[in-house]
Design a protein around this ligand. Structure first.
Ligand SMILES: [Zn+2]
Length: 382
């Protein structure tokens, strides 16, 4: 089997579908257009843009997205029913995800049906989509809990009928990366002709790891959302998957990562889901250094304590002065504020900084630092 390279991997970003599906999140049409334009401009090659069956408002948004003429392919989410697919066609869409519950748990307890019924639904919906010339991803909801032989059976049916790929969904976010790897590898081995897409959720904090494990196992498509927005604990974050593949796996997807922070902040605002400062890759303070050893190391050479250059995602390195600061950090921070502080002065001020910082329970801001310096100088003159 041919080794998969970075350029072969296609991000199918679903911020506008699974992302908006998060309880309590609604994007305006303008926000949807702007998110799609940004995703397109940074090189995301596929965008899952909504669920036409939801009604008129959603359909109009999808039509507006289709009329943007993006380079990215637009794909919609559909139940395996003709009306859903018809609604997608009417929105001017050329690619659909047709979703079917594939685990016995869901087939029996949610649908009150059996596997044969699921196969029939697939045949009917896929047949209709292919008659209409659509690109089709067959979505296996709850694939992680499904009997893998049943998934193989569905993939074989899909392949024979011209289905283009199978979406392996860890719908509940319950897999670990090792199991993900094994399952996707097995499917690749048994049905090598059909592309696999992985759709992972973050309920156990493993969405990114599982997405990457799926790719390492041979999946060529991966679902992401900006900031990891999505049902419950969310999906695999776009920025983490892209940077993880690049820096942990040496796979460059060719995405322009410099705008990740801009994109992330826009989506955080539009979704009214502010990000923690320590959010991997795009959090405001993930390149802030305070502790003496780390600040000193980073000043000697950033690669001592930074896995990648903050500029790569649109962030800046920041030295903070607080309880854990050491001398070089203090000197450098004052230099950035336009004040030359000697090593001796820095040592003396560190005592003050520690006590103020302990009282405030945080690091000191610029005004507080300058105030401290001024009072220090006054004392020194007296
Ligand atoms: Zn999902």
């Amino acid at each position: 089997m041919k080794e998969i390279m970075g350029e072969d991997i296609i991000i199918d970003d679903t911020t506008l579908r699974d992302g908006e599906q998060s309880a309590g999140v609604v994007f305006s049409r303008e926000e949807k257009l702007k998110i799609a334009l940004m995703l397109d401009s940074i090189g995301v090659r596929e965008i899952e843009c909504g669920i036409p069956a939801m009604g008129k408002e959603e359909q109009e948004s999808i039509r507006a997205l289709a009329s943007l003429g993006l380079n990215a392919r637009l794909i919609t989410w559909n139940r395996a029913v003709i009306e859903d697919i018809q609604a997608s066609i009417e929105c001017g869409i050329g690619a659909v995800d047709i979703s079917l519950s594939v685990s016995d748990i869901m087939i029996e307890n949610k649908l009150h049906k059996n596997r044969d019924w699921v196969k029939e639904q697939l045949k009917r919906a896929l047949g209709f989509a292919k008659e209409n010339g659509l690109y089709v991803s067959v979505g296996g909801e709850d694939s992680s809990r499904a009997d893998i032989y049943f998934i193989i059976e569905l993939m074989e049916i899909a392949r024979e009928m011209g289905g283009d790929r199978f979406r392996f969904c860890d719908t509940l976010g319950i897999l670990d990366p090792f199991t993900m790897y094994e399952k996707v590898s097995a499917l690749r081995r048994v049905v090598p002709e059909m592309d696999i897409e992985v759709h992972t959720h973050n309920d156990l904090g493993m969405a990114t790891a599982n997405a990457i494990a799926g790719i390492r196992a041979g999946a060529r498509f991966v679902n992401t959302t900006v900031n990891g927005l999505g049902e419950r604990a969310g999906n695999a974050p776009l920025e983490e998957v892209v940077m993880g593949l690049k820096h942990a796996c040496g796979m460059d997807l060719g995405i322009d990562t410099h705008r990740f922070v801009e994109l992330s902040r826009f989506v955080a605002k539009a979704s009214q889901r502010p990000l923690p400062d320590w959010k991997p890759v795009v959090g405001k303070r993930v390149f802030s250094h305070e502790s003496g050893l780390h600040a000193d190391g980073v000043l000697k050479n950033p690669s001592n304590y930074e896995g990648f250059d903050p500029a790569e995602v649109g962030l800046r390195r920041r030295l903070e002065v607080g309880k854990h600061s050491g001398r070089s950090g203090v000197i450098e921070r004052f230099r950035e504020l336009g004040v030359d502080v000697s090593r001796g002065e820095a040592m003396l001020m560190m005592v003050q900084v520690r006590s103020v910082s302990q009282d405030l329970k945080r690091s000191l801001n610029d005004a507080e630092l300058l105030g401290l310096y001024k009072s220090f100088k006054v004392k020194e003159a007296a």
